[in-house]
Design a protein around this ligand. Structure first.
Ligand code: 13P
Length: 245
């Protein structure tokens, strides 16, 4: 199981203190089969990397540029740069970035260069509320997958994060039955269209310590991408505990 903390645009150097608890928790549970990945803002990547050095916790960035190395791209950071600073993961295609103008074509370019760089890619897909109301969920998910993963050669390092846009930050989660079917739908596309033998699909959107047990009852779920509830160490640890115990 993957537990990925997406801190979004929150956190400062002080917030790193809360990592002590998470590090302690991961040491006690070193033998259990789960992965914890933290994706703090870029400004904290270096300090985070030092803090979690030699622990079971891994580091990810929240986005990056499509240019693999360097270039005249003010305000951007490349896959090689985040890799060099200690990231093993990167989130690509988050709906909050799509809302700011990232389209499937740009996301595909980013996935291409991140996979060249051997980063694990947390590729986010999900339908909006109006698309859900129009019964377009599956069409949207399929299009995002086909376009985002088009002509990607190395697909073994892709994790899909299914995050319905209407569920992010709203406290509303999908019906368990619907989610189960949608995850299987996603896995079938990955198997049939991309020949990925053992696809991994995570869920994201209002995951918390209260609803995670229910969500984790879905056997095809491979983990969670957690926003708000990942900013408090105790809450995040509770999410992990309730899933693995
Ligand atoms: P929330 O857990 O705050 O709903 O955010 C989910 C998310 O966007 C994670 O990437």
């Amino acid at each position: 199981m993957y537990f990925i903390a997406n801190w979004k645009m929150y956190g400062d150097l002080k917030s790193l203190n809360s990592m002590k608890k998470v590090i302690r928790f991961s040491k006690i549970n070193i033998k259990k089969k789960f992965k914890i990945v933290y994706c703090p803002p870029y400004t904290l990547l270096d300090s985070f990397s030092k803090k979690i050095n030699k622990t079971k916790i891994e580091l990810g960035a929240q986005n990056c540029h499509f240019e693999l190395y360097n270039g005249p791209y003010t305000g951007s950071i490349s896959p090689t740069m985040i890799k060099k600073i200690g990231c093993k993961y990167v989130i690509i295609g988050h709906s909050e970035n799509r809302l700011e103008g990232e389209n499937d074509n740009l996301i595909n370019k980013k996935i291409k260069s991140c996979s060249k760089c051997n980063l694990n890619i947390i590729f986010c897909i999900g339908e909006s509320l109006s698309e859900k109301k129009k019964n377009m969920t599956r069409k949207v998910l399929k299009t995002q997958l086909l376009k985002g993963l088009s002509k990607i050669r190395f697909l073994n390092k892709i994790l899909i994060a299914y995050e319905p846009v209407w569920s992010i930050g709203t406290g509303v989660i999908p019906k368990i039955k619907d989610l189960e079917k949608d995850i299987i739908f996603i896995k079938n596309i990955l198997k049939n269209n991309f020949k990925i033998k053992n696809p991994k699909v995570l869920y994201g959107g209002s995951v918390n310590d209260k609803n995670v047990k229910n969500l984790a009852s879905i056997s095809s779920i491979d983990g969670f991408l957690v926003g708000g509830a990942s900013q408090k160490a105790k809450k995040f640890i509770d999410i992990v505990k309730k899933t693995i115990n």
